[in-house]
Write a protein that binds this ligand. Sequence first.
Ligand SMILES: CC(C)(COP(=O)(O)OP(=O)(O)OC[C@H]1O[C@@H](n2cnc3c(N)ncnc32)[C@H](O)[C@@H]1OP(=O)(O)O)[C@@H](O)C(=O)NCCC(=O)NCCS
Length: 182
Amino acid sequence: MTTCPTLETERLILRPFTDADFEDYLSMMDSPEVREALRISEEEGRAEAWFGLAAFTGQWKLRGTGLWALDEKSTGNFVGRAGLHNPERHDWPGVEVGWTLHPDYWGLGYATEAGKEAVRYGFQELGQEQLFSTILTDNYRSQAVAKRLGFVLNETRNLSHYPDEPHGIWILEREEYELRFS
Ligand SMILES: CC(C)(COP(=O)(O)OP(=O)(O)OC[C@H]1O[C@@H](n2cnc3c(N)ncnc32)[C@H](O)[C@@H]1OP(=O)(O)O)[C@@H](O)C(=O)NCCC(=O)NCCS
């Protein structure tokens, strides 16, 4: 099975996570802005963040999908995570493209830049016909990233792993991607 490749965009390196990233990763996941947006509960702390990171990292080996660590080329700083998420859930729509940045790096276009490379990888390397993004209905910044990448809202429904609130299920068809970016 595929391991996580290292890729490059204009301003970012997309690379595999290592255990040495954990404190930077935790600092992002523990920020009030990210906790609020992802509805991370008060009970979830270091241990849950580490298990999450381990699951995303292991997903590369098991499924050929997962998240990249994002480094800013100009400084070498860790700025966030982005990539492809395809967990074993009966009502999961398919291969999802996702993005989370440390709040210090919001407003610079990095999520869209990394998301575009993840979308390219999903279509060109994984051969998907459709990609998805599941986004809570009040997460306007994430919706804006999805729109910039050509995703459209397909439906709104509750997902079994998070039944408390509906998610928008955003979809990008290969044909639309090729029209926009090829
Ligand atoms: C969702 C999230 C990744 C979006 O981050 P973001 O910085 O708003 O998105 P982008 O990186 O695409 O940046 C877009 C902004 O950068 C600006 N920008 C500046 N320079 C830019 C450049 N060179 N290229 C593109 N955009 C640029 C854009 O104008 C836009 O500004 P705006 O916020 O005033 O509209 C971020 O809010 C986040 O991490 N949220 C918490 C986690 C989360 O919700 N994840 C998604 C779950 S579904």
